[in-house]
Design a protein around this ligand. Structure first.
Ligand code: SF4
Length: 361
């Protein structure tokens, strides 16, 4: 069986987001939908969010102040996040701030089935690291329903119920090679996404990276077929990956060296930025004459996705780089300063959030 180009369990780069849009029935995220979103965040304004499915439904719910939910998950596979993981937190936070009822699940059953991590270990990692990290990155714990898959009977029961709704051929068509552990994980995830609608059908948004599009597809297929609960098809937003520092593949925890982790020693993070691939020319003289190439620059992408909130400031860097008025050394030193500050702030907030996380369960 041919390996699907989208692999939710792997670390693959999709430079060609247009291809993903075409192949997976995703609607491009364009100016029109952007204009309808209240206070769009920087990822939306800068089209780091490149696609969506039925986002209009969420826009409508926000406009009419109707109930909607936002669902996301934590996979406790290691004890560090990487910078790229932050994007999903920013997206969840956006919808939370707009009134979305927020569910953040710990995928401990999936971690057990697909990575052999015990439930006890997954719980420890979630409470000691992941949940405080998500809080430190901006999630409001008071307005978030945190839960463990293994302790959510409703989700588990739904997973069993949904097992009758997808055939093996459909699993293979969506996921390529699949085994029993992955099937269990997929069914549980479908339960996670749909369970907020059990009491009352309501729009649900799931912000994801493109590697998770298979899960959204499987969930929408099940929701469409399962008439009993009158599910509203879940909506999704798709954001680009944060590229690896060498510009080759996305940041991935499975490839040390390709990423800036969260947390990371601020000095180390700064050094990594200084060594990242840039879009500079061979010599300073050439760069002054021709200008740099921010479109090819990982540092610029990190400014855009993570380090600079103000659009004007980002535009200024872009224009100065393009016109040859900015050299990579100076520019990277600025990025290094900002990442250092980000890590220092994170560390402070993380320490505080640890106590909050313990009180949640
Ligand atoms: Fe990238 Fe900055 Fe160099 Fe331009 S000046 S190529 S944005 S590092």
């Amino acid at each position: 069986m041919k390996k699907p180009i989208i692999d939710p369990w792997g670390a693959v780069l999709f430079k060609d987001y247009q291809k993903i849009i075409k192949n997976f029935g995703i609607t491009p995220f364009d100016e029109e939908i952007l204009s309808k979103l209240p206070n769009p965040n920087k990822l939306m304004r800068r089209f780091v969010v490149f696609g969506h499915q039925d986002l209009e439904r969420i826009v409508e719910a926000m406009e009419k102040k109707e109930e909607f939910s936002v669902v996301s998950g934590i996979m406790p596979s290691a004890e560090k996040l990487h910078l790229g993981n932050r994007l999903v937190v920013e997206m969840v936070k956006y919808f939370q701030d707009q009134g979305g009822k927020t569910y953040l699940l710990v995928a401990d059953l999936e971690a057990l089935a697909t990575r052999g991590i015990s439930l006890e270990e997954a719980e420890r990692r979630a409470i000691e690291f992941y949940i405080p990290a998500y809080i430190a990155l901006g999630l409001d714990p008071k307005n978030t329903n945190f839960y463990f898959q293994s302790k959510n009977e409703v989700v588990k029961n739904l997973a069993y119920e949904f097992s009758t709704k997808l055939t093996m051929n459909e699993f293979r068509a969506i996921y390529g090679e699949i085994n029993a552990a992955k099937i269990m994980s997929v069914l549980t995830q479908i339960g996670d996404i749909l369970h907020p609608q059990l009491k009352k059908p309501m729009p649900t948004i799931v912000p994801v990276g493109p590697d998770q599009s298979c899960h959204i597809r499987a969930t929408r297929d099940v929701a469409r077929r399962y008439k009993k609960y009158k599910f509203i098809l879940p909506s999704a937003t798709y954001h680009k990956f944060t590229p690896s520092l060498d510009g080759e593949i996305k940041m991935s925890k499975s490839r040390p060296g390709s990423y800036i982790s969260i947390p990371e020693d601020p000095e180390t993070a700064a050094k990594k930025i200084m060594n990242a691939v840039d879009g500079g020319r061979k010599t300073a003289a050439e760069q002054k004459r021709l200008g740099g190439e921010p479109e090819k620059c990982i540092v610029f992408e990190i400014f855009k996705q993570h380090l600079i909130e103000d659009d004007k400031e980002l535009d200024e860097i872009y224009n100065k780089c393009k016109s040859g008025g900015l050299l990579c050394g100076e520019c990277k030193a600025n990025a290094a300063k900002l990442i250092k500050k980000f890590m220092e702030d994170f560390n402070k907030k993380f320490e505080k959030a640890k106590d909050q996380a313990k009180k949640l369960f």
